[in-house]
Write a protein that binds this ligand. Structure first.
Ligand SMILES: Nc1ncnc2c1ncn2[C@@H]1O[C@H](COP(=O)(O)OP(=O)(O)OP(=O)(O)O)[C@@H](O)[C@H]1O
Length: 298
C-alpha cells in the first residue's frame, strides 16, 4: 500500500461531493479513478494532495514516506493546467524538478530523459506559449513526473493528445510503473483505462460504487458468456442461450453447470462447423454505464 484513504468525506454547502470513501492504492500499480462528471474524483484528489482538508476521515501515505511533506512525495498533473507560459520548456521542467527536492545534477538528468522520451528535445528552449496544445500537455505531464516521485496522480493525462502521443505517454506511464512508481489515473477514456490500469475505483455522486482488480472486474461482469464463430447460424440448445449474432459470431451464455468442454463435445456431435470459441470480455465502458445507471435508479 502506498496510500490509504479512510472514510473520507467533503461537502460544499449542502452538496456532499465525497461521501465516506475508503480505499488503498497498491504499490507499483496503476489505479484508474473513474466516474461521470461531478462524481467527486477531483475533490478526492485535492484531499489527497492536501489542497482541501476532509470534513471527515483520513488520507495517509505509506509509513516509509514522510507524511509531513506529502506534496514532495506525489507528482500531480492537475485537472486545471497552470504552467507559466512565458517561461521556456526546459527551464520550467528544471524548476519543477528542483522544487520537488532533486539536486541540480539529477534535475538535469531527469529533465533531459523525459524530454527525449516524449520527443520534445527540439522545443526545449522555446517558450511554452509557442507550443501546440498537445505539446503543452506533454510538458504538463513531464512536470508532474520529472522528479520520479513514488506516487503520481494524473488527471486526464491524455487530454488533447493525438493517438501517437497517447501511445508515447501511456508507454512512459507503464515504464514508470514497472520501475515501482504507483500511479493514480483519472480518466474519462474507458478504452485507455482498460488497456493499462491494473485496478479501478468507480465513483458516482461522491460514493465509491465499484472497486477491484481490472481483470477480476471484467470477468465478474462478463459472466458465463462466450463468442462462438461458426459458418452457419447455431441451432437452439439447452446448453446455452443465444444473446445475439453479428456476422459469423454468436454471443452465447452457457446454462448453469455446463462446462466449455461439454459445449465443445455437443458442437462436434451436432456437426456445427466451429471456427473459434473464446470468452466474451465486456468492455469497461459497458460496465461503467451499467453500474452508474444502476446506482442512479436506486
Ligand atoms: N470548490 C467547489 N465549490 C463548490 N462545489 C464544488 C467545488 N468543487 C467541486 N464542487 C462540486 O462537487 C462535485 C464533485 O466535483 P468534482 O470536480 O470533484 O467531480 P469530478 O468527478 O472531478 O468531475 P469531472 O469528471 O467533471 O472532472 C460537483 O458537483 C462539483 O460541482
Amino acid at each position: 500500500m502506498i496510500l490509504s484513504v479512510d472514510g473520507v468525506s467533503k461537502s460544499f454547502g449542502s452538496l456532499k461531493a465525497v461521501n465516506n470513501v475508503s480505499f488503498e492504492i497498491k504499490k507499483g500499480r496503476i489505479c484508474g479513478f473513474l466516474g461521470p462528471n461531478g462524481a467527486g474524483k477531483t475533490t478526492l484528489i485535492r484531499m489527497i494532495m492536501d489542497i482541501y482538508t476532509p470534513d471527515q476521515g483520513r488520507v495517509t501515505l505509506a509509513p516509509d514516506l514522510t507524511d509531513h511533506d506529502r506534496k514532495n512525495q506525489i507528482g500531480y498533473l492537475p485537472e486545471v493546467r497552470g504552467l507559466y507560459t512565458k517561461a521556456k520548456v526546459r527551464e520550467t521542467l528544471l524548476y519543477f524538478a528542483r522544487l520537488k527536492g532533486l539536486s541540480k545534477q539529477k534535475s538535469v538528468e531527469h529533465t533531459d530523459f523525459f524530454l527525449e522520451r516524449l520527443h520534445m528535445q527540439d522545443v526545449a528552449n522555446q517558450k511554452i506559449e509557442k507550443l501546440s496544445k498537445g505539446n503543452q500537455q506533454k510538458i504538463q505531464v513531464i512536470a508532474a513526473m520529472v522528479a520520479k516521485p513514488p506516487l503520481l496522480i494524473l488527471d486526464e493525462p491524455f487530454s488533447g493528445l493525438d493517438p501517437v502521443n497517447i501511445k508515447m505517454v501511456s508507454d512512459l506511464i507503464t515504464e514508470l510503473c514497472a520501475e515501482g512508481v504507483s500511479i493514480v489515473l483519472s480518466t474519462h477514456q474507458m478504452n485507455q483505462a482498460e488497456t493499462f490500469c491494473h485496478d479501478i475505483l468507480l465513483f458516482n455522486k461522491g460514493t465509491l460504487i465499484l472497486s477491484g482488480e481490472m481483470g477480476a472486474v471484467i470477468e465478474q461482469f462478463s459472466g458465463n458468456v462466450l463468442m462462438l464463430e461458426t459458418s452457419d447460424e447455431i441451432p437452439p440448445s439447452p446448453l446455452y442461450r443465444l444473446i445475439g449474432r453479428e456476422g459469423k459470431v454468436s454471443r452465447i451464455e452457457l446454462a448453469e453447470d455446463i462446462t466449455v468442454q461439454a459445449l465443445l463435445h455437443w458442437l462436434v456431435w451436432s456437426g456445427v462447423d466451429t471456427h473459434s470459441l473464446q470468452p466474451y470480455r465486456v468492455p469497461l465502458s459497458d460496465i461503467f454505464i451499467q453500474e452508474v445507471s444502476r446506482h442512479e435508479t436506486r
